[in-house]
Design a protein around this ligand. Sequence first.
Ligand code: E4P
Length: 217
Amino acid sequence: MKFFIDTANLKHIGEAKDLGILAGVTTNPSLMAKEGISGDEAIRGHYEKICQLVEGDVSAEVLSVSYGDMIKEGEKLASIHPNIVVKIPMIKDGVKALKYFSDKGIRTNCTLVFSAGQALLAAKAGARYVSPFLGRLDDISTDGLSLIEDIRIIYDNYLYETEILAASIRHPMHIIECAKIGVDVITSPLTPILNLLNHPLTEKGLAQFLSDAKKLS
Ligand code: E4P
């Protein structure tokens, strides 16, 4: 299972990269806005910085919602760097755009996926990644993990090459449950990734080892 970071914050991306386990980055318009990035040039420049920082796929989301505009915008985004993956919303024109980009050999990430039917359409249209939003389903008392299990079964039934990119991760247990299901990628903010490190017995054991080590010299 690959680890992507879900942020446009360069410091967080750098910190995850320093761990040595980072395989990619996902962003969305809200995450870009949070960093104060606005306007075509600034957006392009920010994606360039992210691509220089990380060796791996960087999802860049289109802001348009009509087929023609998504194609124009997606082609521009894809021209920024070979690692850019064009992120397309799961809407009717989006499915058409996924197929267009897939036919052209441009990789896509189908975002805002909340049902197995949507994930099936994304795979049929040739999306490279499908992003089911786990936390947002949990937020409305719907079982996000059970959706991800269903998508895994469907994709395995037909050997679809679309990778399941579990998104909207809120805490370390989401990451662990996704690994048990066998998703291809998780994308998470920095904190849930770092929280995987923590265990009180590790801290206690290390303190004991360090204290005993003093007796050795
Ligand atoms: C996915 O690519 C999205 O950027 C993201 O995971 C959304 O997460 P949120 O529900 O925490 O906003």
